[in-house]
Design a protein around this ligand. Structure first.
Ligand code: FES
Length: 453
């Protein structure tokens, strides 16, 4: 089995520090390998996707960046151990300082409003690890001069006090509550983070505030419904949802058993897709590089247009109903229910182009055309030479036919052979055709347009 490959759109980052931020939760600080420099600036609240190669496949997980996003700050991601979680346990137990990881560039639009206005409050609502993107935004606001900070509320649900991420830091961030009011909800103590409670605490600012919700889908649904009911305009509600799928794989996960065919209209390729395999890994397995980030249906980066056929994509959180009815699919979570046709499969590598049967047919046809042209050319040449030659049998005048012609050059004479054929540098046979003469151009797929978050 070939070892799984890290996709070309991932970059190497190095773990340069680890820090415990709660029980079973560790922050990893990431830098350009061999340095203590940030891999790059980003907007607080954005996330990266890590690619973790195993012996048989590549696992992908998205993690919010929880530092401020400044170009001089290391990237920080916080991993909370998930019971039986393959990746979280691996990262916490087996990734030491110095380890190299592979990461996407930062993505996502779960970021602060621009410009940040002091008269527009911000309401952050988080559960569990949902605090991680919000922590980056809180840190960024804390760095601002006091006269440029908006008023902020944080509503944060945890199970027990020991599981409150960044607990000490939150305690210190604004001890007098001048700009940040915090409300913690501990389920172990019977406290529930309910939409009605939050709206009641926000009071008159409900419709003026920007709302940021990060947690399980149930929290998002309850709050967004409540905010809609309260008349909050959609652009003021920002939500990010935890993906609950155990894993999505790429590159080598070819699905199990017989599957379906997947046609790509823009380059006329016919690909295979295994039973149970999602569209994205099937494309990657066959040499395509569609865009992606989270690989669990929440970011929307992997949108592709479905032209024919049907898919099941229950986890496609990032698609609007209009996008779904318009034929968009999230390739990372879309599973065909039969043969499908896509407008594009994303960028195709050389391997991807090679798997196109039309391209292959074109090449075979081109080769055959070249051969046929060569045979015809040689035949014509032979026929022409035959016609230009005196074909009398040697016995008619054997001595004349065999005798070399003699050309007088000055005082001497040089014998030249009568055979005028050009020597074959290949030692005989047909002359080699030039590759460019009859080759059929192969259509190149264009990059998929990156959709919005
Ligand atoms: Fe994020 Fe598919 S990669 S939705």
């Amino acid at each position: 089995m070939r070892p799984p490959k890290i996709p070309a759109n991932m970059m190497a980052v190095q773990v340069v520090r680890r820090a415990d931020v709660a029980r079973d939760a560790v922050s990893f600080f990431l830098a350009i390998p061999g340095t203590q420099r940030s891999p790059g600036a980003y907007q607080p609240g954005q996330f990266v996707t890590l690619a973790l190669p195993t012996a048989s496949d590549v696992l992908y997980r998205s993690y919010s960046l929880c530092s401020t996003g400044a170009a001089n700050e290391l990237w920080e991601i916080t991993i909370k151990r998930v019971q039986h979680g393959r990746v979280s346990n691996f990262l916490l137990d087996q990734v030491p300082v110095g380890a190299i990881l592979y990461s996407s560039t930062p993505r996502g639009t779960f970021t602060l409003p621009a410009p940040l206005r002091t008269d527009v409050p911000l309401i952050f609502v988080a559960a569990g690890s949902g605090i991680t993107p919000i922590q980056g935004m809180l840190r960024a606001i804390a760095k601002l001069p006091a006269n440029r900070r908006p008023q902020v509320q944080l509503h944060y649900a945890s199970r027990i006090p020991e599981e409150i991420l960044y607990r000490e830091e939150l305690r210190r961030i604004d001890p007098t509550g001048t700009w940040l009011k915090q409300y913690h909800y501990l389920s172990s103590q019977g406290q529930t983070l309910a939409a009605a409670t939050v709206l009641g605490l926000v009071g008159a600012n409900v419709r003026r505030a920007h709302w940021y919700i990060c947690g399980p889908d149930a929290l998002r649904t309850e709050l967004t419904n409540a905010l809609t009911g309260a008349g909050v305009a959609a652009p003021f509600v920002h939500a990010e949802v935890f993906a609950t799928q155990a894993r999505t794989t790429g590159i080598v996960d070819s699905g199990r058993g017989p599957g379906y065919q997947m046609f790509i209209q823009e380059n006329q390729a016919a690909l295979t897709i295994g039973a149970g395999e999602a569209v994205l890994p099937a494309l990657e397995r066959q040499g395509y590089q569609p865009d992606f980030s989270c690989r669990v249906g929440t970011c929307g980066d992997c949108k592709l247009r479905l032209l024919a056929g049907r898919v099941e994509q229950n986890a496609a959180v990032a698609l609007t109903p209009a996008e779904k009815s318009g034929g968009m699919i999230l390739s990372c979570v879309a599973h065909p229910l039969g043969d499908i046709t896509l407008l594009s499969g994303g960028r195709a590598t050389a391997r991807g182009r090679a798997v196109s049967p039309v391209a292959a047919i074109s090449r075979v046809t081109a080769r055959n055309l070249v051969r046929a042209a060569c045979v015809t050319a040689v035949g014509t040449l032979v026929f022409g030479v035959w016609n230009l030659t005196d074909h009398r049998p040697a016995s008619w005048d054997a001595s004349a036919a065999a005798a070399p012609t003699t050309t007088t050059t000055g005082g001497g004479s040089t014998a030249t052979p009568t055979d005028t054929a050009t020597p074959d540098p290949n030692g005989g046979g047909n002359p080699a055709p030039t590759a460019t003469a009859t080759q059929t151009p192969i259509p190149q797929p264009t990059a998929t347009t990156r959709p919005s978050h």
